[in-house]
Design a protein around this ligand. Sequence first.
Ligand code: PAF
Length: 301
Amino acid sequence: MTEAIIQIIRSPLELQAVSKELRKNGKQIGLVPTMGALHQGHLSLVEKCKSENDITIVSVFVNPLQFAPNEDFEKYPRDFETDSRLLASAGADIIFFPTVSELFPKNVIAGNGFSTTVKVDGMSTLLEGEIRPGHFDGVTTIVNILFNCSLADNAYFGQKDAQQAAIIQKMVKDLLMPVKVNIIPTMREHDGLAMSSRNIYLSAHERAEAVILFKVLNHARTLINSGVRKSELILAETSKILSESSIAKIDYIRIVHASSFIDAEILSNGKYYLVIACRFGATRLLDNLFIEIIGDKIILQ
Ligand code: PAF
């Protein structure tokens, strides 16, 4: 396949200037924020972005603000050469690949140090936010910066990180940010494991066991399709399946309202997620099932 020329921009202000010019020329801009280590899931976001916008910008930045000191910031997989090759093949137009020091300067005494946090109260302290305090503040802060540099009309996030996407949607709504947040269904491996950059941390045994998450979601699907509406019952049945794995350690399995991430006791008309976070050895995996009920109609994704 011949690869298109892709522009790599490292300076945040340069990206902003380029985007201003593009907008002046009537171009619609789409942004796919990533931390690199790209897989088919990211590429499906790029494909969607390309189909809906004139220009596709992909940011590749491992954001230190969203990692706690005990987390995997240093060892998070980084391979810019492969990422840029994949993005060129996928037809992205611009890669934004900033440095930590340029985005987050440290010179606090001279007044140039980075000192702003964007926080979405409530939702960002639940579930993932409870287990990883401050994580979502790091996410919303960097995503704000990425929106401001790219001047994107549309931004694309994966459903696998459903809480992250919902928090970003809330931030955009509260702050009247002129960008549409699009949530794209999770891409899965042949056996149903949700694609994630962290899957490479799994040993062969952990990788084989991790498929249980997909089995849990499928069981929930069957229960909901057969008319079960009580969350307690669905969670009790699905937890039984998870306990079949001798190594899966559950952080949480819950059914929540899709826009607030507050627990839902009963599934009635509305949108929900069944969310799971589970550890396999040292690797935490997330997965979820989107549930929408409109009268007799049930959408499960
Ligand atoms: O989902 C991710 O990869 C990151 O949290 C994001 C949205 C790129 C922000 O760093």
